[in-house]
Design a protein around this ligand. Structure first.
Ligand code: IPE
Ligand code: IPE
Ligand code: MG
Length: 244
């Protein structure tokens, strides 16, 4: 595809994040139950992850379930909790072929044993893979991530292994879920909403943002390439001055 070749000549984001929003509205528009949208969304994640891997993106962080999504109806939550295991069953072969590593970011204390088992199993099984790191943010909240980092750091200070004066941005970064991932270059949110909804609050410091009206199940490869093309036109200054 021409567009793909074009963007491959430019800077490819090392770390891309996506707020996969709009599953429910996608389904509603088709007079289908919201859960149908979630299923479609999960299939779409497979395609987009493989497309990102093909482009040479190193890490893809996706927002799959927020710390606030527990406020949804019980049956929708149940459906969403069953998705990772279904995702693994259906796509493990393709992910293996593409050498994709999967990690999970988020709380681990509110899942049932089945979900915990699945997370541990998938992370362990894929840990040596060299392709894309697919970071699935599941029961994830940016405020929780920073709270947890603060607790971990405070414990080290208390037991004497860390001095308060030694706490700098890199110490904080090393206590985040994303510690192994490159800096976040680009954040895409689908569905037309223009807010962060508690995603990657620390990591977005100098990320570029792209908001698209497309609902997540309809966000295909071509739209991904277009977003990256748009990203490549941006001038990032990181607080400095643009070189003339
Ligand atoms: C995103 O789609 C998936 C999750 C939040 C789990 P939504 O379920 O939020 O879909 P809309 O925003 O209601 O259309
Ligand atoms: C953000 O979407 C969370 C995920 C995509 C998993 P929401 O649909 O939960 O966000 P709000 O409620 O519209 O802000
Ligand atoms: Mg939503």
């Amino acid at each position: 595809m021409r567009l793909k070749e074009k963007i491959l000549n430019g800077y490819i984001p090392a770390h891309l994040a996506i707020i996969m929003d709009g599953n429910g509205r996608w389904a509603k528009k088709r007079h289908l139950p919201r859960t149908f949208g979630h299923k479609k969304g999960s299939e779409n994640l497979k395609d987009i992850a493989i497309a990102c891997n093909d482009l040479g993106i190193k890490a893809l962080s996706v927002y799959a379930f927020s710390t606030e999504n527990w406020n949804r109806p019980k049956d929708e939550i149940e459906f969403l909790m069953a998705l990772p295991s279904e995702f693994e069953e259906t796509f493990k072969g393709q992910f293996e072929k593409h050498d994709i590593r999967v990690i999970f970011s988020g709380r681990r204390d509110r899942f049932n044993a089945k979900v915990i088992d699945l997370i541990n199993r998938v992370e362990e099984k894929t840990q040596d893979r060299q392709g894309l790191i697919l970071n699935i943010c599941f029961d994830y909240g940016g405020q929780y991530e920073l709270t947890r980092a603060t607790q971990l750091i405070a414990k080290k200070v208390k037991n004497g292994t860390l001095s308060p004066d030694a706490i700098d941005t890199s110490v904080i970064e090393n206590h985040l879920y994303t510690k192994e991932l490159p800096p976040l270059d680009l954040l895409i949110r689908t569905s037309g909403e223009q807010r962060i909804s508690n995603f990657l609050l620390w990591q977005i410091a100098y990320s570029e943002f792209i908001f698209t009206k497309t609902y997540w199940p309809a966000f295909n490869e071509k739209k991904l390439y277009k977003a990256i093309k748009q990203f490549q036109k941006r001038t990032r200054r990181f607080g400095g001055l643009k070189e003339e």
